[in-house]
Write a protein that binds this ligand. Structure first.
Ligand SMILES: O=P(O)(O)OC[C@H]1O[C@H](OP(=O)(O)OP(=O)(O)O)[C@H](O)[C@@H]1O
Ligand SMILES: [Mg+2]
Length: 187
């Protein structure tokens, strides 16, 4: 079964995604060189899995990789507004420079919760690298401490998007592009 027929329009093609990921990786590499210890990439499961894999392979720095899981959407398209951390880090990030890797920042509640969590663990800096940023939907205006930076791939228009890691009801994550679903597929 192909899910391509469920897509109304493609917003970013695989080539556009690859080009932007390379630019982000170059910027992060330049900003974090040289480091005395490897940069810690923290992927936000599940949605960031493809972006993290692509970004990590483009970085020209030693990195360590871990995952964290925060849930707020369940199977719908609207955030509950109060994410909970359902799976924590394995690595100790105290004294380390961390980049939180997200597929999308939408209401901002997930990333705000995770930034606070990593800062409380004593990270030296917490930056955010989000493939997409949807500022039109922002409810929580997160702040980074002075050494943290916000890297974003693209500004996303006000659609619920799928593909390149992002799901609707756990489907569409493996599409190699980002697109908008046809209305009949939002149930
Ligand atoms: O800015 P927000 O409104 O908080 O939304 C963004 C978050 O929502 C999605 O994750 P979700 O909780 O759906 O889990 P998933 O990554 O497993 O899809 C997405 O991957 C981000 O982590
Ligand atoms: Mg999701």
């Amino acid at each position: 079964m192909s899910l391509d027929s469920h897509i109304e329009s493609v917003l970013w093609t695989p080539d556009q995604i690859a080009a932007r990921v390379s630019e982000l990786a170059a910027q992060i590499s330049a900003d974090h060189s040289p480091l005395s210890e490897p940069l810690v990439l923290v992927g936000v499961a599940t949605g960031a899995f493809l972006f993290l894999a692509d970004l990590a392979r483009s970085l020209r720095l030693p990195v360590t990789v871990d995952f964290i899981r925060a849930e707020s959407y369940g199977s719908g398209t609207v955030s509950s507004g109060s994410p909970r951390i359902s799976s924590d880090l394995k690595l100790d990030v105290s004294g380390r420079h961390v980049v939180l890797v997200e597929d999308i920042v939408d209401s901002g509640s997930t990333i705000a919760c995770l930034i606070a969590h990593l800062e409380a663990k004593g990270a030296s800096s917490v930056s955010v690298c989000a493939f997409l940023d949807k500022p039109s939907r922002r409810k929580v205006h997160f702040q980074l401490l002075s050494k943290g930076k916000f890297y974003r791939g693209f500004e996303c228009p006000d659609y619920f998007v799928v593909g390149y890691g992002m799901d609707f009801a756990e489907l569409y994550r493996n599409l190699p592009y980002v697109g908008v679903l046809k209305p009949e597929h939002y149930k």
